[in-house]
Design a binder for this molecule. Structure first.
Ligand code: GSH
Length: 221
């Protein structure tokens, strides 16, 4: 690989945003160099590559950075467009896919984070919001094998990394997703049959241990 055509991913273990990018790269069969970032002591490289947010993931291609996980996944889909399209070509279906991926960020992510970070009434509201967002996703999924239809695509990539965090949300929130949302769980298990997903998602117990450790270190209980 020529030096400047090299693909580099700046990431951090257990980040669902980073996992999206790894899944997309695996789906497309792209070789890349992975550089784990310490988010408690940000490298000069990360600060230079994402000067606005200073967050991972960042994809560096031809020496140029692309930031924000969904934008990166879309970039990957556009650049390596010869196989496994992630976004549909039809403009309406493309808009729908972007809408639901954004829904994952706006609703699922924010509520899920509040489930493990908050306490008391705030936690109860977070649990309600999180489960409501899953219900809406389950309704949109319906009886389709994947969110976009018959093939694994953009919304699946956006949502599936959260699956390895379910155990953490369930443990902190004291609820179970499986019984309530059977279609969503069947969908997640279907996605896990794909190598790009099973090889990327972290072990749910390790995620939980990492969150516990983070809470003990950085969040006053
Ligand atoms: N909207 C961003 C979110 C990225 C994000 O929140 N990354 C976290 C790790 S999961 C991060 O870098 N946090 C460091 C910080 O907030 O300083 C995306 O989709 O890429």
């Amino acid at each position: 690989m020529e030096e400047e055509a090299k693909v580099v991913l700046l990431g951090a273990r257990f980040s669902m945003f980073e996992m999206r990018v790894k899944i997309a790269l695996a789906e497309k069969g792209i070789k890349y160099e992975y550089m784990e970032q310490d988010l408690t002591n940000k490298s000069t490289l990360l600060q230079e590559m994402n000067p606005i947010h200073k967050k991972i993931p960042v994809l560096i291609h031809h020496g140029r950075p692309i930031c924000e996980s969904l934008i990166i996944v879309e970039y990957i889909d556009m650049v390596w467009d010869n196989n496994c399209p992630l976004l549909p070509s039809d403009p309406y279906h493309k808009a729908q896919a972007r809408f639901w991926a954004d829904f994952v960020d706006q609703k699922v992510y924010h509520a899920s984070k509040r489930v493990w970070i908050s306490k008391g009434d705030e936690k109860e509201v977070a649990k309600k919001d999180f489960l409501e967002s899953l219900k809406q996703l389950e309704e949109f999924l319906g009886d389709k094998p994947y969110f976009g239809g018959d093939t694994f695509g953009f919304v699946d990539v956006a949502l599936i990394p959260f699956y390895c965090w379910f155990y953490t949300y369930e443990t902190f929130g004291n609820f179970k997703v499986e019984g309530e949302y059977p279609k969503l769980i069947s969908w997640a298990k279907r996605c896990m049959q794909k190598e790009s997903v099973s090889e990327t998602l972290a072990d749910e117990r390790e995620v939980y241990e990492a969150v516990l450790d983070y809470k003990n270190k950085f969040i006053l209980n």
